[in-house]
Design a protein around this ligand. Structure first.
Ligand code: PLP
Length: 376
């Protein structure tokens, strides 16, 4: 029997064996609470310290700029709400894009209800935010610009350095949701000039329920979780030591082979695209040329993406229609709407996101499965 083809790595990834074995000691033998004063706390404390250093090193940050969170959603919520609460008297403006993940968009809606004003920048047909559009909206009352580094549905990578530069020229803080980018493309927070960056371990073969928020030294935001003094008093709660260690092992593993991984994933998507084109299928490849390698959003003409997903599932292949987080909604995703995919293609959109566990043979098989379904 053919093995499952898992092609939904933007939804989540399997825990890497290396991360799993790194986590093992902290689940049982070394169970001590890092905040306690006796010797059982010493090793967990050291493990957190060294994980912070590893993660900082992978993104060009300082260790004290890394704050552990429960994942991408918390990091995004904290970055936006933390800045808003830092300057409550200004009730200022927040600028974001129309294609952000709901962790950002819904937090913006929440802040609007608290009286903050939010502007949602449009994107072009490739899903790219324009620096000129940002310049038109930004003003002296702008508190924060939050633009994602890589989109979770179409993989488009934004010109973060230019956007952050524009924000800074107006004395405004810049956050990027890098959940789909960390562990997949090179990240250098200094080069990108970002003030805050969100990441989530389960998107790069780390455990679920753990992530981090990078906060540049000198940037002040309000904590959201109050209690103990963990994370330098910025995020209360006993640390998830095993997951923190697993996240560090996973990010380092990807970083050590990043160039090769990117090349490999690009070669896989090239094969898939070639096979689909050879089969004579009518489809649009969404997103910009500058995309996360292995990330494909394809809109097939006059078909239904959800039907395609279920038929592929029956054949043992897992893909997504929009993002996993809104997969219960059957209307067009906000990203597909924002990039104006033509009506006769939009409903037939599927997202294929590849990982290092995929191979060339699977790409040929997946193309055959798709053409078999669509030509029936
Ligand atoms: N931001 C983006 C771009 C995402 O793709 C996701 C998850 O799909 C999140 C945030 C939320 O991350 P988490 O699942 O760790 O809460």
């Amino acid at each position: 029997m053919r093995k499952l083809i898992y092609a939904d790595h933007a939804a989540t990834t399997a825990l890497s064996p290396l991360a799993r074995s790194a986590m093992e000691p902290w689940l049982q033998a070394e169970f001590g609470n890092p905040s306690t004063l006796y010797s059982l706390a010493r090793e967990p404390r050291k493990a957190i310290l060294s994980s912070r250093e590893i993660i900082a090193d992978c993104i060009g940050a300082e260790p004290e700029e890394i704050y552990f969170t429960s994942g991408g959603t918390e990091s995004d919520n904290w970055a936006l709400t933390g800045i808003a609460l830092q300057y409550p008297e200004r009730h200022g403006q927040i600028i974001t894009s129309s294609i952000e993940h709901h962790a950002v968009l819904h937090t913006c809606n929440f802040l609007q209800r608290l009286g903050y004003s939010v502007d949602f920048l449009p994107v072009d047909q490739y899903g790219v935010v324009s620096v000129d559009d940002l310049e038109k909206k930004i003003n002296d009352n702008s508190l924060l610009v939050s633009i994602m580094l890589a989109n979770n549905e179409i993989g488009t990578i934004q010109p973060i350095e230019e956007l952050a530069g524009m924000a800074h020229r107006h004395g405004c803080c810049f956050h990027t949701d890098a959940v789909q980018a960390v562990g997949h493309i090179p990240i250098d927070v200094k080069k990108m000039q970002v003030d805050m960056l969100s990441a989530s371990a389960h998107k790069f073969n780390g455990p679920k329920g753990i992530g981090f928020l990078y906060i540049r030294n000198g940037v002040h935001i309000e904590p959201l979780l109050h209690g103990g003094g963990q994370e330098n008093g910025m995020r209360a709660g006993t640390e998830n030591v095993a997951s923190i260690v697993g996240m560090a092992a996973a990010i380092r593993e990807h970083n050590e082979h990043l160039e090769l991984e990117m090349e490999y994933l690009q070669s896989l998507s090239d094969i898939l695209i070639k096979e689909l084109s050879n089969a004579g299928l009518d489809y649009i490849e969404n997103g910009s040329k500058n995309r996360v390698p292995g990330s494909l959003s394809l809109s097939f003409k006059d078909t239904d993406g959800e039907m395609l997903l279920h038929r592929l599932d029956l054949m043992g292949t897992e893909v997504a229609t929009g993002s996993a987080c809104n997969s219960k909604e059957s209307e067009l995703s906000h990203v597909i709407q924002a990039i104006h995919v033509p009506d006769d293609y939009a409903k037939g959109t599927i997202r294929i996101t590849l990982g290092m566990d995929n191979d060339k043979e699977q790409m040929r098989h997946l193309a055959q499965q798709i053409s078999r379904i669509l030509q029936r």
